[in-house]
Design a binder for this molecule. Structure first.
Ligand code: FSX
Ligand code: SF4
Ligand code: F3S
Length: 370
């Protein structure tokens, strides 16, 4: 492809840092990062990848390549052999078709197929054609020779925005059409490139796919709710909510639940891994999570719709919140936390456990008086 020529080389320190981050994300025991590093550095372990695009915005590839810190993109492109990628490859037309078929033939049964975008099925799939073939036919043809399939993004995983009612093209995810292959879904609109990198590195190192949840997502990345690791969680538990964009509570970084945040029902690791290695994710910049990893939420409920909270109270083990000096009052149902147990500390975007200054001071005073 030659695309690596446009990306800066990754230095040893950043390489090790990225691999250790991946190892921690995967929940591997201490020391396993060496095995991952050995895989990433071994050209013989480089899995051939064919990457198809169907109905989508290409944001999945964009988010991977536009990282402001290029370690992840560099590492991904260094450790896979990207044989065919419609929006990145230099070739076009017959030349591109030839390279697709050459790659399939040379690596039949061994390549990873990455699919980006949904597949339209209505009217025999005429709404998406590449090289004169429908997306349905291309998918089935390339899937037949794949060792495994990665559905990159919510569109390829579950249909995404194209499948929103009335779904005029009959858009579906890969799993609706391919039933005889291992499929791993990496949803998100777009998904976090670290989740793709970790999945590929795990597969190349251990020759098997990571454990999946009931929605076909790797548990290491989608095993927990955003709400469990959100830095605004102390505000949720203390009843401090923004009610409008730009109001005092919003300006002070309070919880976005009343603005429609879907974090309480969305499984993803955005709040821990964050995006582009700059420590940003939707909620940290003041926008509610829109549930982009969840097939039944993304674009299927309004951004402002509030989700049902089934367990509004924090765990009993959390310290109590004092409410005496709060003029706005605190819902007794939601009291109970000042400390945020942030869980895994991962990479540059890691979230650290913290206490709210005013509540923490009161708690200390409380302890002293006992
Ligand atoms: Fe879909 Fe990816 Fe959203 Fe876009 O290609 S998951 S519309 S970010 O780009 O497929
Ligand atoms: Fe964070 Fe949203 Fe949960 Fe509030 S509702 S704590 S903003 S995830
Ligand atoms: Fe998507 Fe919500 Fe993360 S909108 S990027 S799952 S914070």
């Amino acid at each position: 492809m030659g695309l690596q020529e446009f990306l800066p080389e990754i230095n040893r320190r950043d390489f090790i840092k990225t691999v250790v981050t991946v190892s921690a994300m995967l929940g591997l025991p201490y020391g396993m990062s060496e095995a991952l590093a050995a895989t990433a550095e071994n050209p013989d372990k480089r899995p051939p990848v064919i990457w198809l695009h169907f109905q989508e915005c290409t944001g999945c590839s964009e988010s991977l390549l536009r990282s402001s810190h290029p370690e992840v993109a560099t590492l991904i492109l260094d450790m896979i052999s990207l044989d065919y990628h419609e929006t990145l490859m230099a070739g076009a037309g017959h030349q591109a078709e030839q390279s697709l078929h050459d790659s399939m033939k040379a690596n039949y049964g061994k390549y990873i197929l990455v699919v980006e975008g949904a597949i339209p099925t209505r009217h025999d799939g005429i709404y998406c054609k590449v090289a004169g073939k429908t997306a349905i036919d291309s998918l089935k043809e390339v899937a037949a020779g794949a060792a495994a399939i990665i559905s990159m993004g919510t569109c390829a995983s579950y249909g995404g925005i194209q499948s929103v009612g009335p779904n005029p093209t009959g858009a579906v995810g890969v799993g609706e059409l391919v039933k005889d292959k291992a499929i791993i879904n990496i949803p998100g609109c777009p998904p976090n490139p670290y989740n793709f990198l970790s999945t590929v590195l795990y597969y190349a190192t251990f020759d098997k796919l990571p454990e999946l949840d009931s929605m076909g997502r790797p548990k290491f990345a989608y095993g927990r709710l955003i709400h469990q690791h959100c830095e605004r969680r102390p505000h949720f538990d203390a009843g401090r909510f923004a009610s409008a964009y730009g109001d005092d509570d919003h300006s002070q970084g309070h919880c976005l639940y009343k603005l429609g945040c879907k974090g309480p029902v969305t499984h993803a690791n955005c709040s821990v891994v964050r995006f582009n290695d700059v420590g940003a994710w939707p909620v940290s910049i003041g926008h509610p999570c829109i549930g982009c990893t969840e097939p039944d939420i993304l674009f299927k409920s309004a951004i402002s719709d509030k989700v049902q909270i089934h367990e509004p109270t924090p765990f009993n083990s959390y310290a109590p919140v004092e409410s005496a000096n709060r003029s706005k009052g605190i819902d007794p149902l939601t009291t109970g936390i000042v400390g945020l147990a942030a869980g895994a500390v991962v990479g540059a975007g890691a979230m650290l456990g913290k206490k709210l200054p005013d509540a923490a001071q009161k708690e200390e005073g409380h302890e002293k008086s006992e």
